[in-house]
Design a protein. Structure first.
Ligand SMILES: [Zn+2]
Ligand SMILES: [Zn+2]
Length: 142
C-alpha cells in the first residue's frame, strides 16, 4: 500500500516518500523559489526579507522557512534577513534557536531526566515526617 497523503501546500493527493509532506510539483517549485532567493541575495546583498519577498513574489514565511530549514544561511551583509530565536527572540542566522537557548534546552532536558531519577529514589525512602514524629514521641516519654 503506498503512503498517500495530501500535499501541505496545494492540497493535492500524492504518494509520500518521506521528508517534507509536499507533492513533487510543489517540491520542484520550492526548489526553484529557493534558488531564486539565493540568487537574489547574491546579487542584492543586504536586501531585507520583505524586499526579497516582493521582488520575487515569494512569501516572507517561505523565505523564513528556508532559513529555518538551514538551507539558506545569512552571511556577511545579509544582516537584515533575520530570524528570531523561538525561545528568547534574539536574532539568529539559521535554525530555530540561538546558541544559548539550544545549549539551555539541552541542559534543561538533562535536568528533567535527573529530577525524575531523584523523585523515584525519594519515593522509596521512609517518610521524613514520620521519623520526626517518632523522635518527638520519645522526647515526650523522657
Ligand atoms: Zn503540492
Ligand atoms: Zn534564544
Amino acid at each position: 500500500m503506498p503512503d498517500v497523503r495530501n500535499c501541505r501546500r496545494c492540497g493535492k493527493i500524492f504518494t509520500y516518500t518521506g521528508g517534507m509532506q509536499i507533492c513533487h510539483i510543489c517540491k520542484e517549485q520550492d526548489e526553484i523559489d529557493f534558488r531564486k532567493v539565493k540568487e537574489y541575495l547574491y546579487n542584492h546583498p543586504g536586501a531585507t526579507m520583505s524586499e526579497v519577498s516582493s521582488a520575487l513574489e515569494i512569501s516572507v514565511e517561505r523565505i523564513k522557512g528556508y532559513l529555518r530549514e538551514g538551507r539558506l544561511e545569512i552571511v556577511g551583509d545579509m544582516g537584515n534577513l533575520i530570524l528570531e530565536c523561538e525561545s528568547c527572540g534574539k536574532a539568529i542566522r539559521s535554525g530555530r534557536f540561538c546558541d544559548e537557548c539550544s545549549r539551555g534546552l539541552a541542559s534543561e532536558m538533562q535536568l528533567t531526566a535527573k529530577d525524575m531519577t531523584d523523585m523515584s529514589k525519594t519515593g522509596q525512602q521512609p517518610n521524613a515526617k514520620g521519623v520526626g514524629m517518632r523522635y518527638l514521641n520519645k522526647d515526650v516519654r523522657k
